[in-house]
Write a protein that binds this ligand. Structure first.
Ligand SMILES: C[S@@+](CC[C@H](N)C(=O)[O-])C[C@H]1O[C@@H](n2cnc3c(N)ncnc32)[C@H](O)[C@@H]1O
Length: 217
C-alpha cells in the first residue's frame, strides 16, 4: 500500500488479487468475429492485417477464444499468435499450431520477439502501471507494426495524459477511447507510477475498473 493516500493505493501484488481484476463476471469470451468479438471492438478483423510470417500478440486475452478461432482459420497459415493473460481461464480446447497462451502479468512479461500486431481488448482498464506497459509495447513492435487497444484516459489520474500520449507518438481517439501506435519507437512518459485504486467504480464500459495514479517524474 502507498501511505497518505485516500483510499490507499494498491501495489502490483495487491492489484492482481483484487476482486475487480480477478472478476469472474468480466467478459473474457469475445470471439474473433460476430456480435461479441474482437472485430467489433477493434474495428477490424485482426487476421485481415496479417500475412504468413507475421506475429500477433494479444495482451489481456481472457479465455483466448478469439485467438483460438484465429489460429484455426486458414488465413492464419504461417502466422504466430501469442496471448497473455493474468489468469489461466483459457478455453480448454486443443491449441492449434502457431498459438501460445501464457498466464502472466502483462506488466512483468517479457517477449522474445517483435510483433507486427499488438492488441489489447478491454484489458488496460485493469492494468496497474498501464503507461509503463504502453512504453514497453512501443518497443515490441516491428518498424511497421501496429498497436491497437481500448484505452480510457479518464482512468488515469495524471496531468494531460491525452496530450502526453500524442507527444510520444500515440494516436488517442477520446470519443472511441481507442489508442493506436504505428511502428516501434522509444517512449518515455514524464510520470512516476504511484499505484492503483480498485474502488473507483464502473468506467465507460459499465464494468468496475481500476483507476491508476501517477505523479510528475
Ligand atoms: C474484460 S477482460 C477482456 C478479455 C479479452 N480481451 C476479451 O475481450 O475477451 C480483461 C482481461 O484482462 C486481464 N488482465 C487484467 N490485468 C492484467 C494484467 N496485469 N496482465 C494480464 N492480463 C490482465 C483479466 O484477467 C481479463 O481476462
Amino acid at each position: 500500500m502507498t501511505p497518505h493516500q485516500d483510499p490507499p493505493l494498491l501495489d502490483a501484488f495487491a492489484l492482481t488479487r483484487s476482486a475487480v481484476v480477478a472478476n469472474n463476471a468480466m467478459n473474457r469470451e469475445r470471439g474473433l468475429r460476430g456480435v461479441n468479438s474482437y472485430e467489433r471492438e477493434l474495428g477490424f478483423d485482426p487476421l485481415s492485417r496479417l500475412v504468413a510470417g507475421d506475429a500477433w500478440l494479444d495482451l489481456c486475452c481472457g479465455s483466448g477464444r478469439a485467438l483460438i478461432e484465429a489460429a484455426g482459420d486458414p488465413r492464419a497459415e504461417g502466422v504466430r499468435i501469442t496471448g497473455v493473460d493474468l489468469v489461466d481461464f483459457f478455453v480448454p480446447a486443443v491449441r492449434p499450431a502457431g498459438l501460445d497462451l501464457v498466464a502472466a502479468d502483462a506488466t512483468e512479461w517479457r517477449p522474445a520477439r517483435r510483433y507486427d500486431l499488438v492488441t489489447c481488448v478491454h484489458g488496460l482498464h485493469y492494468v496497474g502501471d498501464r503507461l509503463g506497459l504502453l512504453a514497453r509495447i512501443a518497443s515490441w513492435l516491428t518498424p511497421t507494426g501496429l498497436f491497437v487497444a481500448d484505452f480510457d484516459a479518464a482512468g488515469i489520474a495524471a496531468d494531460d495524459v491525452p496530450g502526453e500520449l500524442r507527444r510520444q507518438g500515440f494516436a488517442y481517439d477520446a470519443e472511441r477511447r481507442r489508442i493506436t501506435l504505428r511502428g516501434a519507437r522509444e517512449v518515455a512518459f514524464p510520470y512516476r507510477y504511484l499505484g492503483a485504486d480498485d474502488s473507483a467504480g464502473p468506467n465507460y464500459t459499465g464494468q468496475p475498473a481500476v483507476r491508476v495514479h501517477y505523479t510528475d517524474a
